[in-house]
Design a protein around this ligand. Structure first.
Ligand SMILES: Cc1ncc(COP(=O)(O)O)c(C=O)c1O
Length: 390
């Protein structure tokens, strides 16, 4: 059959029709354990009653007005996010890339306010910030940029987790206005930096009057065992972006800012027709209430350790495992070879996994995954990896 969808994804040959918690069912009634969660989106699992109820309730009342008017739920959501993050204010968008676009615009205007006509944002090699032209230009992966030149100027890339490289880049260019990084690189291969990496970036930004921008689109909303990953480091960035799990499947993005950065954008500087509409905010409020009222964020750290330990034990002695690493429920199993094939093999065994950076199995299970499901996940996956790497 001819598909009328642009072939921008290499899709697996399965279509899901229903979900509940950590389980999905395909349209032939087969059940799958979901350790991808819509790429770190459905952290509360599928068909969560609180999200379901919020979306139904709101759709009966008011779906959308416009940012030309006050939006009560947006105000409530902003208050909640500020209380949880320690930041000062929020711009609402519809996706991660859009949240990052707002962050990049803040950095550029902050530069102009300081008399820098050609502001440069430092981002990291192997980073991923989105697919819009701005965020693609920020992204440190030349493969996904191919064919889309001319890219936007105003970005320079340094190796991740490399403070001397950052210092050198700052010293070499007086146009630097910001440093932008993921607390853990997701698409880049679940790369976990040194424990004090974010603290060192904070110090550099303070010393050189740069904005510290953290892209928490994948790490945020509890996935790493804190509401935001920077809370492991007891620091505050100047700008922080979120999306993915914030709506548990209802599209919403947010760019949070603090201090000087919070005062950069003024009326007419930025906008979004849908950003922060009542439907999205209603879902996000339900997500935050459920997450913070349940202990799920703390459990993300414990569950991540459980999965890590189980996989380590089951795969001990396998010489093809380069490393098993995790920050909460962001888990990477790096092999010494490309392992994209494993996604289809696992699917055939009723398990959804992801492979990123070609050789790293990435697990992003929902935060509600239980002990029995953790056992199924780790036992099934370890057996498949043993077979595959033999
Ligand atoms: C760290 C990070 N930033 C930005 C994005 C882009 O988000 P979206 O696909 O919602 O535009 C992603 C998506 O994977 C991401 O992981």
């Amino acid at each position: 059959m001819t598909s009328h969808i642009m072939p921008t994804y290499a899709r697996q040959s399965v279509t899901f029709s229903r979900g509940e918690g950590a389980w999905l069912w395909d349209n032939e009634g087969r059940r799958y354990l979901d350790a991808v969660a819509g790429i770190a989106v459905c952290s509360l699992g599928h068909a969560h009653p609180a999200v379901h109820e919020a979306v139904c309730r709101q759709s009966k009342t008011l779906l959308h007005t416009s940012n030309l008017y006050g939006v009560e739920l947006q105000t409530q959501l902003a208050d909640r996010l500020i209380a949880l993050s320690g930041m000062d204010n929020v711009f609402f968008a519809n996706s991660g890339a859009e949240a990052n676009e707002a962050a990049i615009k803040i950095a550029r205007k902050y530069g102009h306010q300081r008399g820098i006509d050609n502001p440069v944002v430092i981002t990291m090699e192997k980073s991923f910030h989105g697919r819009t032209m701005g965020t693609l230009s920020a992204t440190g992966n030349s493969k996904i940029k191919q064919g889309f030149a001319p890219l936007l100027p105003g970005f320079s890339h340094v190796p991740y987790n490399d403070i001397p490289a950052l210092e050198a880049a700052i010293a070499a260019d007086s146009n630097i206005v910001a440093i932008m990084a993921e607390p853990v690189q997701g698409e880049g291969g679940v790369n976990i930096p040194a424990a004090d990496y974010l603290n060192r970036i904070r110090e550099l930004c303070d010393r050189h009057n740069l904005l510290m921008i953290l892209d928490e689109i994948q790490t945020g909303v509890g996935r790493t065992g804190q509401f935001l990953a920077y809370q492991h480091n007891a620091i505050l960035p100047d700008v922080c972006t979120m999306a993915k799990a914030l709506g548990n499947g209802v599209p919403i993005g947010a760019c949070l800012a603090r201090g000087q950065a919070a005062e950069v954008l003024t009326a007419g500087n930025h906008g979004s027709t849908f950003g922060g509409n009542p439907l999205a905010c209603s879902a996000a409020l339900a997500v935050l209430e459920t997450l913070t009222g349940s202990g799920l964020i703390g459990q993300a750290a414990e569950k991540g350790e459980k999965i890590h330990t189980a996989l380590k034990q089951a795969l001990a002695g396998n010489p093809h495992i380069v490393s098993i690493r995790n920050k909460g429920l962001m888990i990477g199993i790096e092999l010494d070879r490309a392992c994209g094939e494993l996604v289809g093999i696992a699917l055939a065994h009723g398990l959804l996994i992801n492979v990123t950076a070609e050789n790293t199995i990435r697990l992003l299970p929902p935060l509600i995954i239980d002990d029995a499901q953790i056992a199924t996940l780790t036992e099934t996956l370890a057996a498949l990896i043993q077979d595959f790497s033999r």
